[in-house]
Design a binder for this molecule. Structure first.
Ligand code: ZN
Length: 209
């Protein structure tokens, strides 16, 4: 079934319709600003919950508070790697394609640059880390609520960082859900860049990047 999910070469009758470049300065700036919104929302929600549901849980030990946020920093470092691995594992399972991984100052990425992936498989691989780590970090945050208020805040911060960090993946998913709903749509994912090709049926057309 793997071969149903991709093409090695762009077939006749396809046209490049959209090129997303997360390394581009304009998109980087937009992603950066948008990525802070979920962090603020999750931390604000956690503060409200502590205030109105369980304020008594907040740890008074300042050393413990520091450790909670240091632990969050470590979790985030590990998360960046795991997030890309989940993309990679999903792409590998669906296409068997050769993966590429990378890290720049503004973006961590994983892609399958040598093949053209059909919409359903591409969308699954792009969205998988968001779905998986939503479950992981919501569970962690809920769990920490019953441990300590500060650990709860730190976990909420991690949850927000995760959602904010998925802004690029959510952008691609939005495009698949709203602009490229035809399952014949192909995407080439180099990691930081995504190219969307739609089937027009017009052959011998000029396809240039
Ligand atoms: Zn991602």
């Amino acid at each position: 079934m793997k071969s149903d999910n991709f093409e090695k070469e762009l077939p006749e009758g396809y046209e490049l319709k959209l090129h997303i470049n997360a390394k581009g300065s304009k998109l980087t700036a937009i992603y950066l600003v948008l990525s802070f919104v979920p962090i603020l929302i999750t931390v604000a929600a956690a503060c409200l919950i502590i205030e109105f549901v369980g304020g008594g849980l907040l740890s008074l030990d300042s050393l413990y508070r520091s450790l909670a946020f240091l632990a969050a920093a470590v979790v985030l470092m590990v998360y960046i790697v795991l997030h890309e691995l989940v993309h990679g594992i999903t792409y590998k399972a669906l296409t068997g394609g050769k993966l590429t991984f990378g890290l720049r100052w503004n973006v961590a990425f994983c892609g399958v640059p040598d093949i053209f992936v059909y919409r359903k498989a591409a969308k699954t691989a792009v969205l998988m880390p968001f779905l998986v780590f939503n479950v992981v970090f919501v569970a962690l945050t809920v769990g920490m609520y019953f441990v300590d208020g500060c650990a709860f805040l730190a976990a909420a911060f991690v949850l927000g960082m995760h959602i904010g960090g998925c802004v690029g993946d959510l952008h691609v998913t939005y495009m698949f859900d709203h602009k490229f709903k035809d399952n014949k749509t192909l995407m080439r994912d180099t990691g930081p860049e995504q190219f969307f090709y739609v089937y027009t049926g017009v052959t011998n057309s000029d396809i240039s990047e």
